[in-house]
Ligand binder design. Sequence first.
Ligand code: ADP
Ligand code: MG
Length: 571
Amino acid sequence: MSEKQTLGFQAEVSQLLQLMIHSLYSNKEIFLRELISNASDAADKLRFEAINNAGLFESDSELKIKVTFDKAARTITIADNGIGMSRDDAVTHLGTIAKSGTKEFFSKLSGDQQKDAAMIGQFGVGFYSGFIVADKITVESRRAGLAANEGVRWESAGTGDFSVETINKEDRGTAITLHLREGEDEFLSAWKLKSVIRTYSDHISLPILMQKEEWDEEKKEMALKDELETVNQASALWARSKSDVTPEQYTEFYKHISHDYTAPLTHTHNRVEGRSEYTQLLYIPSRAPFDLWDRNKRGGIKLYVKRVFIMDDAEQLMPVYLRFVKGIIDSNDLPLNVSREILQESRDIKAIRDGSTKRVLGMLEDLANAEGDEAESKKEKYATFWKEFGQVLKEGIGEDHANKDRIAALLRFASTHNDSDAQNVSLADYIARAKEGQDKIYYVTAENYAAAKNSPHLEIFRKKGVEVLLLTDRVDEWMLSFLTEFEGKTLTSVAKGDLDLGKLEDEAEKKQHEETETQFKELVEKMKTSLADKAKDVRVTFRLTDSPACLVADENELSGNLVRMLKAAGQ
Ligand code: ADP
Ligand code: MG
């Protein structure tokens, strides 16, 4: 089929385009970053496919990106010699959002421009950002390996539809031409384009070429020459030494790999030598992605082997409970033709994964336990981290036996010590404040903060001034089945069994308790008989000060809260 065809965008695409043009307008120069980012991805894909099929390079193996503009025609063109697109590719990739979670994405939009703009970034709909400044986009492309007469021209005004036709294209790759909207002429300037490229795309490892400019004495203006110059640093950012990378460059690189518009909280960049040699550049985002809880979601680590991009979302490189970490790992040892199956068994991968896990925990500890100058801002970052990802980190208590103690030290809880639901008390804080002779860490679990705070089980602890942690996250019950002690102190539910306050009870109290028990023995026996099929046991209690009675779970039984959760889950 070679004739011209007009096709409608999927409904979501049209919706997205409108939203994008409005919400991203104040940041419009990012279109260039998005298109350059796609060109760079296309080069990565070609290099990867060429590992097993060198013929794909044709006679042109120096991958690069060229940015040109035409003042008279009022166009900007971004051209690459990467993998390119076939006619079918163009229809699917540029006419649909062929990504999972589209529906969910739309349901998350808030109507708040700033928030939605960030969401759009996360979702990775970069190509369409061209329509912020263009009222028509023409894409000409040919996929590597296809004949010259199997090129495609895709064109759209970004309203309801787009056209595709088969064209002749000698050179492999993609050229994207933006026909600028009225009033966007500021981009028809080498100086402007260069400065945008340097700001957002300096980290791109391919050379980005532009025409050189020279002063024309006769016309008294800058004139473009045929000669090209490289306007970015054009080396893999992670391969540079730390001192050669600015904080801004680290941030832009994060945005490039993560599709997140907000700056990350922190990063770690290391070259690891020894049995396994690799470079890691890992980031902690400042915001949870909308699909954090999607079970099919893979991790956010890109795997490279000796600078060659191998795969996205290499889930073997990071444990599931650290799935929020974004970054790249570049191995010197793995074979270039490594597959997901090989990764599963590789000992090098296991070493990389263990090493990276430790680095991430180290990064979090650095924020959580910060001292000195930056302590304030780091602790604030940790609070943000905890709010966004704390519940995921908790999964590590059950998942990562080797690092359990380190993870436990990073946990933060709401507590009776505070008068708010903020989760900011660590187990170490708790122990430091514990009463003389207190050998346990007390907690209560409940469905929400109000229920936890008002639990009758807390009465005796209030009276004695003993702190109790208030646990209300869904994962807490599950986590607690793995977290039984911290620094020698057992974690003890205030709602379970025969509460033993141990040394917190003084001699006089103990004696008084014994007397009371004898005094009520007969009554308790009677109640046991009449409640025989409803309650397992009836006891005199000293844990209450105001309430007349409360239900407690047996030492080895599921707690009331867990039973409620299981019921809710239909078990
Ligand atoms: P993303 O980059 O997150 O996939 P984009 O909207 O930026 O989303 O791009 C959509 C798709 O269009 C890409 O995944 C790719 O398949 C295709 N594409 C865009 N630009 C290029 C290009 N320069 N070369 C090859 N394919 C491209
Ligand atoms: Mg993109």
